[in-house]
Design a protein around this ligand. Structure first.
Ligand code: FAD
Length: 197
C-alpha cells in the first residue's frame, strides 16, 4: 500500500475494484481542528481531504476527477501503546493487549497472531488441567512471548508514525533513505512487515 504522509497525519491508498480506490488515514486531533477551521463550512472529512491534497501532490493527481461513493467513515481515536496482557484469569489479545500505530498496517496480523500465541498455550494441556497455578504460568509465559514478539513492532510503528507526521523530519531523511535504502528493510523487519531471511 503506498503510504501517504501529510502534516499531522499519515495514510494509505489502494485500488479495490471497478476503478475504485480506498483511502484510509489517521490525523492528529489538533491538525483536524485547524483543517476544519481553514475549510470553513466544509464537512470534517472534506476538510481533511482538502488538507491532504494541499500538501500531497500524488493524492491531488491520483484523485483528479474522482468522485466520492457513499459517505466517509470514521472511527474513534487510536490508542497506540502496550497494555496488560492478562489479569485475574482474563487474557487480552489484539488491540486490547497492545496497539501499533496503523502506519505499518500490522494490526490485523497482530490481533490474529496474539490470539494464536495465547490459544497455543491454553490448549497445550487438556482443559481440565487448567488449574489456577497453570493459568498463572500461562499468563506469565504469554506475557513474555507477547512482549518479545510485539513490543519491537509497537515501538517501531510509533517511531515511523511520528517521523511521518513531521514534514521537516521527512524532508531531511529522504536523501538519507535514498542513499541507505537498507534502513527501510531494517524498519520493515522491526515493524513485522518483513521476516528476517
Ligand atoms: C485508519 C486505520 C487503518 C488501519 N489499517 C490497517 C491495515 O491496513 N492493516 C492492518 O492489519 N491493520 C490496520 N489497522 C489496524 C486494525 O484495524 C486493528 O489493529 C485491528 O482491527 C485490531 O483488531 P481487534 O480485534 O483487536 O480489535 P477491533 O477490530 O477494534 O475489534 C474490537 C471489537 O470489540 C467491540 N467492543 C469494544 N468494546 C466492547 C464491549 N464492551 N462489548 C462488546 N464489544 C465491544 C468493538 O466495537 C469492535 O468491534 C488500521 C486501523 C486504523 C484506525
Amino acid at each position: 500500500m503506498p503510504m501517504l504522509i501529510f502534516p499531522g497525519g499519515y495514510g494509505g491508498m489502494v485500488h479495490s475494484d471497478q476503478g475504485r480506490v480506498s483511502l484510509s488515514l489517521c490525523i492528529r486531533r489538533d491538525q483536524l481542528q485547524s483543517a476544519r477551521q481553514a475549510a470553513g463550512s466544509m464537512k470534517a472529512a472534506d476538510a481533511v481531504l482538502a488538507h491532504i491534497k494541499e500538501s500531497c501532490r500524488a493524492v491531488r493527481e491520483a484523485l483528479a476527477g474522482a468522485r466520492l461513493e457513499d459517505d466517509w467513515l470514521s472511527a474513534g481515536p487510536i490508542r497506540p501503546g502496550i497494555r496488560a496482557r492478562a489479569f485475574d484469569g482474563i487474557f487480552l489479545v489484539g488491540n486490547a493487549a497492545g496497539e501499533a500505530h496503523p502506519v505499518v498496517a500490522e494490526g490485523i496480523g497482530m490481533a490474529m497472531q496474539s490470539a494464536w500465541e495465547l490459544c497455543k498455550r491454553l490448549t497445550a494441556e487438556p482443559v481440565e488441567m487448567l488449574s489456577d497455578h497453570r493459568i498463572d504460568a500461562v499468563s506469565a509465559d504469554y506475557a513474555a512471548a507477547w512482549r518479545r514478539i510485539f513490543a519491537p513492532r509497537i515501538h517501531t510503528a510509533a517511531l515511523i508514525a511520528h517521523w511521518a507526521m513531521t514534514p521537516a523530519a521527512v524532508r531531511y531523511a529522504l536523501p538519507l533513505l535514498r542513499r541507505f535504502p537498507g534502513v527501510l528493510t531494517a524498519a520493515a523487519r522491526l515493524s513485522g512487515k518483513a521476516a528476517s531471511a
